[in-house]
Design a protein around this ligand. Sequence first.
Ligand SMILES: Cc1cc2nc3c(=O)[nH]c(=O)nc-3n(C[C@H](O)[C@H](O)[C@H](O)COP(=O)(O)OP(=O)(O)OC[C@H]3O[C@@H](n4cnc5c(N)ncnc54)[C@H](O)[C@@H]3O)c2cc1C
Length: 563
Amino acid sequence: MHQPTTQARPSIYYPYQVHAPWLASQHPAQGRHPVVIVGSGPSGMVTALELARHGVASVVLESELQVSQGSRAIVFTRRSLEILQQVGVAQRMVDNGLPWRFGNSYYRGQRVFRMEAPHDADDRFFPMLNIQQQYMEEYLLDACQAEPLVDFRWGNKVTQVAQDATGATLEVDTPEGPYQLHADWVVAADGGRSAIRAAFDLQMEGASYEGRFVIADIRIDLPLPTERLAFFDPDWNPGNTVLMHREPHGIWRVDYQLPENETPEDALQPAALATRINALLAQIGHGDKPWEMDWSSVYSARTLTLPDYRHGRVLFTGDAAHLLPIFGVRGANTAFQDAQSLGWHLAFAVKGIASAALVDNYSRERVGAAREIIEESGKSTRFMTPPTRGFRLLRDAVLSLSLSQEFVRPLYHWRTSRPHEYTQSALNSPGDDNALFKAGPAHGAPPQNIRLSANDYLLDHLGGGFDLLYFTEGAAMPEALQSVVNAARAKGVPLRVTAVGASAPVAGADQTLADADGHFRARYGVPASGAAYLLRPDQHVCARWLTLDATRLQAALNHALPQ
Ligand SMILES: Cc1cc2nc3c(=O)[nH]c(=O)nc-3n(C[C@H](O)[C@H](O)[C@H](O)COP(=O)(O)OP(=O)(O)OC[C@H]3O[C@@H](n4cnc5c(N)ncnc54)[C@H](O)[C@@H]3O)c2cc1C
């Protein structure tokens, strides 16, 4: 019998709430469910909320009775905020988080590189926002609990999965014993140690790195701005790298590499932790400040992915699908992109708007994204923790040269999480004008946000289905185009038409956005009226035309929704 802990988890800043378990005896008999999601971390909850936005009900099974514990994700990217905006929690993140855009790298007491993440007036969200994962999960949980299409079950642990061609049967253990659940589709969002991945004996491919890091969250009052601090080869931790981040509630994340011969057990001894943290604080000139430990653990970098995120009727997402190093803040940020993608692909297959082949596209695209991240983050991991003598020599050469040579300093800047562009997606329209555009988001790119007026942005008006941006100074959408739109809707395709560039409502459009100074057109590379963009439900571009006609729109929709 599954007995999750009923004690609130310890924390010096986060008040854990212990929820009541969901017990089968207190509910009517179970029917078959279209989707069961295993795990209520960021990927499970965002998948559930995305499915709900597309009208698909899901059951979320969570083995624990409270949100996640200890030091986990703290840095969330702009694209993550844009995705969280779609599921209604971005404002709470912004209200309670700490935005930032600068990073500082120090070597031998000298700041050798200052990273500045791009941010312009068209961006609603900062490039990065720091907030602890516990809060983010709480906001997602509140959104799930307010959503009638999400059936959230605390204290329900999946112990077995069996599947056939049409669905799966799950064995679920609870504090009153087990019950069975039948589903057409199962989403495995059960984290890095995925029991579902293990049950099917699925192997991940990629690398694990030798270097190990202590991650500690401490409470301390430091008069420093919210900027990332990286120290290379400090005197108290020679040859190794140290990172610091400010978090809300007076907490700081300290992240330092273990000397080679030290075991994790030794490194986590209170005295060892205190010695290192005191040395770090002395190094930054705050050795006199009192501090208090919230949580510490040891972490090592891995760059692993399943080669396919679909295993029959089981779909993998988030850490269950891939394990990415924390440098570059990839885990949860990638999980959000997975979940947003999985949400619409699966919902459209469940609703019969496209065939189940659409779900294979989720796997293809997101495995491609993970492989790109693995390639990039392998480079940053090798810079932070050189795995061989050769890599160390190279890294040390960069460090030494950077004291005097400007040109090597950008090598400090490891690439942080950014949304993958589905440049080669099978859903991109082959017959459009993508190659003729001189600017604007291209095939597979996420959308370019546009500031429309104070506190009003393009992405506030898009999402939840396909979006057709039709550029016109006022002329109505041609009737033939309107017929294609209406026919798609009649088949159940959610498709919203946004006219861009007119001062009064445009006939045939669901909404009209003005563009008096032509800024919107310029950013989208649109030279004349009659041009258009088609965005998929995850807002990535799948077609764009300098001149749109009904045949081309129909072809793009057919292509994006394989039958
Ligand atoms: C120290 C550290 C720092 C990090 N920093 C960042 C960062 O700054 N930015 C970033 O983007 N990422 C960061 N990450 C990574 C991030 O925390 C994870 O990538 C993210 O939590 C993955 O989300 P998930 O939903 O896929 O899995 P998880 O969050 O692990 O959620 C899985 C859920 O499934 C549940 N579960 C497991 N097995 C079962 C079962 N059998 N039945 C039912 N439920 C089950 C678990 O209880 C859990 O709630 C960090 C991670 C660590 C450890």
